[in-house]
Design a binder for this molecule. Structure first.
Ligand code: HEC
Length: 114
């Protein structure tokens, strides 16, 4: 009996190990990714420049963002920067989605999202 429970626990732990990392960093669905790409290109591009090289807002190229902490950038997208024209996007994107956007921007959004 004890062996059986240990066995069940081991199986459970193993399945958690497989599922947990996927949950923690779940990418948006393919369809949602397309919506997010459009949002970033159109809405963010209007201030940050259509090629993200800067406009009213600073550049969002991988060169500009690579070294910056992802958490801070994600928070900036969600909450905006009060006192600056950067608006909050919390109503439009979830925290996970904002994190995904930051990840893509840091990796060079335009390079692989064409
Ligand atoms: C109305 C203009 C405007 C729009 C639209 C806008 N931003 Fe911004 N954004 C700014 C400005 C201005 C700043 C600089 C704020 C400051 O002075 O700290 C900024 C800052 C940022 C930063 C921080 C950059 C850094 O180097 O620290 C990120 C990331 C960012 N915006 C992402 C986005 C994303 C993603 C979108 C679209 C979902 C977006 N912005 C839409 C104006 C805008």
């Amino acid at each position: 009996m004890r062996a059986r429970i240990t066995n069940i626990l081991a199986t459970f732990a193993a399945s958690l190990a497989v599922v947990a990392p996927v949950c923690a960093k779940a990418d948006p669905s393919a369809e949602r990714q397309r919506e997010l790409v459009n949002l970033v290109r159109q809405d963010c591009g209007s201030c940050h420049g259509m090629t993200f090289r800067g406009g009213l807002g600073p550049p969002l190229t991988s060169e500009a963002l690579r070294e910056k902490p992802a958490d801070t950038l994600t928070a900036t997208i969600l909450n905006g920067r009060p006192g600056t024209p950067m608006p909050p996007w919390r109503q439009f994107v979830s925290e996970a989605e904002a994190g995904w956007i930051v990840d893509r921007l840091q990796k060079g959004f335009l390079d692989d999202a064409r």
